[in-house]
Design a protein around this ligand. Structure first.
Ligand SMILES: [Zn+2]
Length: 100
């Protein structure tokens, strides 16, 4: 089940992209995600697993009792677009995906 929207999904997703993780424990960083959420999120920052291994985004719980599905992904997308505007780079989203 996708940890971002609750729909069925079986892709392994790194909550914090490996390139931004330093050497922290990778097993606490893996969740299942659906294709749609995985692609929308990309390497977007702000996601963490809290002490109870529940997914949060800037401290807000993600999942059945928090930010959820399309609402969450719309916020993530808006944040990405805002940052692109500030940076003035139309290819920022693509670059983030590849973690170059
Ligand atoms: Zn999903």
């Amino acid at each position: 089940m996708c940890r971002y929207c609750g729909e069925p999904g079986w892709e392994i997703e790194h909550v914090n992209p490996l390139c931004k993780m330093g050497d922290s424990a990778p097993f606490n960083n893996l969740v299942l995600a659906c294709t749609s959420c995985n692609q929308t999120k990309g390497s977007e920052a702000g996601f963490h697993l809290n002490e109870e291994n529940r997914l949060t985004w800037y401290g807000g719980l993600v999942g059945p009792h928090g930010l959820y599905g399309r609402t969450l992904m719309a916020l993530v997308e808006r944040q990405r677009l805002d940052r692109q505007k500030r940076q003035g780079s139309p290819v920022a989203a693509y670059k983030e995906q590849t973690c170059s």
